[in-house]
Design a protein around this ligand. Structure first.
Ligand code: PMP
Length: 447
């Protein structure tokens, strides 16, 4: 349910973006996206819930016949999010935290309601533990600089994995170099998961921090995050989870997972770009110095001495991305109106169907575990992934080709790049069929 929110009254009524409302789902989407019979099915839908999802009509930027399969890069936006942003700029706009006039007070309420919404959505024990950042990249940099940069000493160690996104590698390298810490890398299992048995063997009391992707943006592998937390805590290390690809695809509860920091980006969760979330345990955030200096993050400023606001304000210097926060709130309402369990089942089924179809093609290599979440990386023998993506684009299928900001993983896989199809709530069996047809065409052209 939405929190009381004067800026988003319809959201405050708890309806959120209904799949049956005016801007909402359903009818048109059902009409223009033919269904195929090949839906292999994942976990059975929960009672009363139909799969595959049929919410395509909620997404104004997806034209008829276009198979958008790049949601791992960024998700398309539902009308409810577009409308919330339009309303926030076009009707209710004002600054937050400073104004004494009513409009600003209302916007401040909306901004803080969104923070509580994020806390409820992620299972954070307190909204004060939710820091608004630009995205996962900034969240990780913040922890690398303000926590690791002040807590780690020469000789300490940081543990990462082979499949991390560059944004969960480079910030740690920068901090490690500065403080004299070392970085170790957990290998992957043969099917492309972070090898937690290897991690158990590698961890030592010198490890102060473990930072892992909850879901891989290349392989879709899902981390056993609870076990990772237990292992990290077993040697006294903290665990940061990069939840960029998990939060849009499955229910996430940071308290249940037992991690210490969690980051994600709004734009992959059907929300705006430029807004993301860092969650951190209160005692860790309390002990951290500010990230950037400026307005809003202070308690009292004099030229002799400045004192800082408590978290989360301490980490939100300057005028924040007010409308981004409002849009993120709408995005969370949207995904929850569908249900994360249901989204997960939907995407898992699409992945299964894709993997089964590609396994039947001789010249195609599929990466990652069978139960990967929403993401399928593959290679067509003898064809550069960019050529694969270009030919698919001719058939109205949009996939990503490249190293996916995971060059160490490409090295481990022994390829310069992969082609990657990634799913969202708006995809259906027809998109899988279009993808497979396009790949068959690639094999014919190059065969
Ligand atoms: N981690 C993962 C797993 C990602 O997929 C991405 C985005 N591709 C990021 C981090 C970085 O996210 P952003 O660019 O939104 O900060």
């Amino acid at each position: 349910m939405s929190e009381d929110n004067p800026i988003l009254p319809e959201l405050a009524r708890g309806g959120g973006p209904s799949r049956s409302d005016g801007g909402g789902a359903g009818v048109a989407g059902a009409a223009h996206r033919p269904s195929t019979t090949g839906f292999a099915g994942g976990p059975p839908p929960r009672s009363g819930e139909d799969l595959p999802l049929d919410v395509l009509a909620d997404f104004p930027a997806i034209p008829e016949g276009w198979a958008y399969l790049d949601s791992a890069a960024t998700a398309q936006k539902p009308r409810a999010v577009v409308d919330a942003i339009t309303r926030a700029y076009g009707e209710t706009y004002a600054t937050v935290h400073r104004g004494v006039y009513q409009r600003s007070a209302d916007m401040t309420l909306a901004y803080e309601a969104a923070r509580r919404r994020v806390a409820a959505f992620t299972g954070a024990p307190s909204a004060d533990e939710v820091v608004f950042v630009r995205g996962a990249t900034e969240g990780i940099n913040l922890v690398a600089q303000c926590w690791a940069g002040t807590q780690l000493e020469a000789g300490d160690r940081i543990l990462l994995s082979t499949l991390e996104h560059h944004s969960n590698i480079v910030p740690w390298q920068m901090t490690a170099e500065r403080v004299g810490a070392a970085i170790d890398v957990v290998p992957l299992t043969a099917d492309g998961r972070i090898d937690l048995d290897a991690m158990e063997r590698m961890l030592t009391p010198a490890h102060k921090l473990v930072a892992l992707a909850h879901v891989s943006n290349v392989l879709g592998s899902v981390l056993d995050a609870k076990r990772a937390a237990e292992l990290a805590h077993g040697v006294g290390a903290k665990l940061l989870l990069d939840g960029c690809q998990a939060v849009p695809r499955m229910p996430v509860n940071v308290a249940e997972l037992g991690c210490d920091f969690y980051v994600f980006s709004g734009h992959k969760l059907y929300g705006p770009t430029g807004i993301g979330v860092l969650w951190g345990r209160a005692e860790l955030l309390d002990a951290m110095p500010p990230y950037q200096g400026g307005g809003s993050m202070i308690d009292r400023v004099t030229f002799a001495r400045t004192t800082y606001a408590p978290p989360p304000g301490r980490f939100e210097a300057g005028t924040p991305h007010i409308v981004g926060v409002v849009g993120l709130h709408a995005a969370i309402d949207y995904v929850e109106s569908i249900g994360l369990e249901r989204i997960h089942a939907h995407e898992t089924a699409l992945v299964r169907e894709t993997r089964e179809a590609l396994a039947g093609l001789n010249s195609v290599r599929v990466f990652g575990p069978d139960d990967s979440a929403g993401i399928v990386s593959f290679a067509v023998e003898g064809v550069h992934p960019h050529d694969v993506a270009t030919i698919l684009d001719e058939g109205q299928v949009a996939i990503r080709a490249g190293h996916h900001c995971a060059q160490p993983l490409m090295d481990a896989l022994g390829v310069p790049a992969t082609a990657r199809a990634s799913f969202g709530v708006y995809n259906g069996p027809a998109d899988v069929a279009a993808l497979v047809k396009g790949i068959e065409r690639v094999t014919r052209i190059f065969g």
